[in-house]
Design a binder for this molecule. Structure first.
Ligand SMILES: C[S@@+](CC[C@H](N)C(=O)[O-])C[C@H]1O[C@@H](n2cnc3c(N)ncnc32)[C@H](O)[C@@H]1O
Length: 264
């Protein structure tokens, strides 16, 4: 039996020529094989024979498929958080509060994931600000960067600029003091049961924990803080010597904040 490639690009089973052209171009840019799909050809057999996972271009957007299921970009919770901020309740958002985010901020999200925190930062940073989101997993980067490109940001927000890169390598390439806030939301050490989109994220994500060397680079690059999100049920923050900020008793998420290397 021929071995399958880990990841490839295809289209829906009813592709228009323009969609095929977009998918081919994206496959070339991402360095992935493009597998043409015949009219009405189901994806199941292709997942058995050709690739372990597919990035699929459909009229409605771009999604990621494997044998367990599919995932497409969904601003869901970020949209609700953005609505709350637009109605003046930004103090309720833990990211905004802990990072002390404000208009004009340059925010570096080192763990873009589903792009939810980055979208919130983009609204608070506003049109004069900047948000760059780094993602190491090519599959997640492909789906989320296409979703973010089609997202309607509105006039109050800057756009999120996604980059497919390892955060440590990117930080090392930056001059000191390049971003007001550098943010990490690494995969938790101990997985908890979560929504299907997060299960898919978990299968494709980079799982290596944040190291003290990368944290030191982030402190060099930050002008104000490095903010780290963690879980109450893991000691990832403690291992880095980061004290959790006081927060709600009712959530499993904890937040830590470390001053920039240049501060004080
Ligand atoms: C828990 S998710 C982040 C979720 C995100 N905060 C959101 O709001 O959707 C962690 C993400 O960071 C990515 N990641 C982990 N280590 C990375 C690294 N060294 N460089 C870039 N991305 C990384 C993972 O692949 C995963 O997509």
């Amino acid at each position: 039996m021929r071995s399958r490639v880990p990841l490839a690009v295809t289209t829906s089973g009813k592709p228009e020529d323009s969609l095929v052209a977009r998918a081919r171009e994206a496959a070339r840019a991402w360095g992935l094989p493009f597998i043409p799909r015949r009219k009405k050809q189901p994806i199941g057999p292709l997942l058995e024979s050709t690739a372990e996972a597919f990035i699929t271009f459909e009229r409605e957007g771009v999604s990621l498929w494997d044998k367990e299921g599919s995932f497409s970009f969904n601003p869901g919770m970020a949209h609700l958080r953005r609505l709350r901020i637009l109605s003046g309740q930004e103090g309720d958002d833990a990211l905004v509060r802990v990072a002390e985010l404000r208009a004009g901020d340059h925010f570096l999200d080192c763990t873009l994931g589903l792009g939810q925190d980055a979208l919130v930062a983009a609204l608070v940073a506003g049109p004069s600000g900047r948000v760059v989101g780094l993602e190491k997993s090519l599959a997640l980067y492909a789906v989320v960067s296409e979703g973010l490109a089609a997202y309607d940001y509105g006039p109050e927000s800057c756009r999120v600029e996604p980059v497919h890169v390892d955060a440590d390598a990117y930080l090392r390439s930056l001059p000191s003091g390049s971003f007001d806030v550098v943010f990490f939301d690494p995969m938790f050490e101990k997985p908890r049961k979560s929504q299907p989109a997060f299960e898919m994220l978990r299968r494709f994500a980079e799982h290596a924990p944040l190291t003290s060397e990368t944290l030191a680079e982030a402190r060099r690059v930050a002008r104000r803080w490095v903010v780290v999100k963690g879980s109450k049920y893991s000691d990832d923050l403690k291992k880095l010597g980061i004290e959790a900020e006081p927060g709600s008793r009712y959530t499993s998420v904890i937040w830590g904040r470390v001053p920039a290397a240049s501060s004080g």
